[in-house]
Design a protein around this ligand. Structure first.
Ligand code: FAD
Length: 400
């Protein structure tokens, strides 16, 4: 069986590696390098990235780790310890310590909200912001979390997604960092595809997907085509229309990469910054893997949701936040990257994803077709696993 995959991002390579045991895989990639928004960018010895913050939302126990193991990819993911802390009033707090910052009435309210969330007894039709808005600190913390993890404000985040995310968190725990950064995941997957006889063709800009009796990528014939492009772009180049109107809404964000000798975070998780004007949180992946920066240096990455359309103002507010966070610590800005329009943080923000299965000849993978409650690459892995199971069960096994 011949499978053509359009795009060598994480989703395309993950489904390619999984299927390469059963099918002949050909991956087409427009750029000279593979990995899309999930690979390293070497800058003066710092392993910056094309997108992601070198973090896997549920670490070595989540959907991505499971899919990597299933594909036979040898990637070491170190779970964060603790998952995260919260910078409030210049001090770092663990999640459980945050309750001590609330007055008696607010404590009772916060306890009620936490219990409701754990039991899933909440109105699924409101936003996370509405759920939290009665407690100022809880709102700020929730907003820092959604900004960091989903590139959405708390008011933009549907409560139905938060319930699924909370379930996944209770099942799998918090984040982890892959040794070698994002690129180690991409290298492991591309090696599997090649080892199993597949090919990855770079600098090939696909123009057309045609679904007939067979499936075509430009003039090349396949049994199945899997698109790792955004649902919108896939539909634009395809002869069949499948997108529900106004369903898919991208999420936008800004990442700032910073070099510091001293370091600013004393653990391997996320430092959430609920009091900042724009920055939602930061991490220091060199606490896990020193090879991500030159000797004697740390790499810190901040992330912020893009709130307005004025990019310069958004970046300036982020830089002001950084100046406040690094008050007593020397640092230099290495790189500022903004993600929007055709290169957003997520092609579909959580809750606006579309189904992976278009028909038996066309499938979608990537961050426009994530599973419910799947944060970033965990959501991509959920979608990929769904496509893999469907193809094996309904197409490969039936053709035997
Ligand atoms: C600032 C930022 C921080 C993030 N942080 C994290 C994080 O810490 N953890 C996390 O889990 N996720 C994070 N994410 C999200 C994660 O990086 C993305 O969701 C993920 O990398 C997207 O993967 P994808 O499979 O959708 O493919 P993409 O990365 O979108 O790859 C698609 C590929 O298709 C190629 N392509 C496009 N058009 C064509 C064409 N016509 N022909 C051939 N090829 C084509 C592209 O060049 C690209 O290589 C972050 C994202 C950003 C932007």
């Amino acid at each position: 069986m011949k499978v053509g995959i359009v795009g060598a991002g994480l989703g395309g390579l993950l489904i390619g590696a999984l299927l390469s045991k059963h099918c002949k895989i050909t991956v087409f990639e427009k750029l000279p390098f593979i990995g899309g928004r999930f690979t390293n960018l070497n800058y003066e010895g710092f392993q910056l990235t094309t997108g992601a913050l070198h973090m896997i939302p549920h670490g070595s126990d989540g959907y991505l780790a499971y899919a990597l193991k299933k594909a036979g990819a040898d990637v070491k993911i170190v779970n964060s310890q603790p998952d995260g802390t919260f910078l409030i009033g210049g001090r770092d707090y663990l999640y459980k310590e945050l309750f001590s910052l609330l007055g008696i009435k607010e404590k009772a309210k916060a306890f009620k909200l936490a219990t409701q969330l754990k039991l899933g007894k909440v109105d699924k039709n409101i936003s996370f912001g509405e759920f939290l808005e009665d407690i100022d600190l809880a709102y700020k913390i929730g907003n820092a979390f959604t900004g960091w993890a989903l590139s959405l404000t708390a008011y933009e985040t549907p409560m139905s997604e938060i319930i699924e995310i909370a379930n996944n968190y209770h099942k799998f725990g918090g984040p982890g960092v892959p040794i070698g950064g994002c690129k180690s995941v991409i290298d492991a997957l591309s090696n599997i595809i090649k080892r199993n006889g597949g090919e990855i063709i770079t600098e090939y800009n696909v123009k057309n997907i045609e679904i007939e009796e067979k499936a075509y990528v430009d003039d090349k014939e396949f049994d199945i085509v899997i698109s790792n492009l955004s649902p919108k772009k896939t539909q634009e180049m395809c002869n069949i229309k499948f997108l529900p109107k106004d369903k898919v809404k991208p999420s936008r964000g800004i990442k700032i990469s910073i070099a510091t000798k001293k370091g600013i975070i004393n653990h391997t998780g996320v430092l959430f910054t609920p009091e900042c004007e724009r920055i939602n949180g930061l991490n220091q992946p060199t606490n896990v893997d020193r090879s991500l920066a030159p000797e004697g240096w740390h790499l810190v990455m901040t992330h912020q949701t893009q709130i307005t359309n004025n990019i310069k103002k958004e970046i300036d507010l982020g830089l002001e936040d950084i100046e406040n966070i690094f008050k007593d610590v020397d640092y230099k800005i290495l790189h500022i990257q903004s993600y929007r329009d055709d290169l957003p943080v997520n092609h579909a923000s959580n809750g606006t994803d579309i189904d992976n299965i278009v028909c038996d000849r066309l499938f979608l993978v990537g961050d426009g077709a994530k599973g419910r409650g799947g944060i970033e690459v965990e959501g991509i892995a959920m979608g990929v696993l769904k496509v893999y199971d469907y193809i094996v069960r309904n197409i490969i096994n039936k053709s035997k």
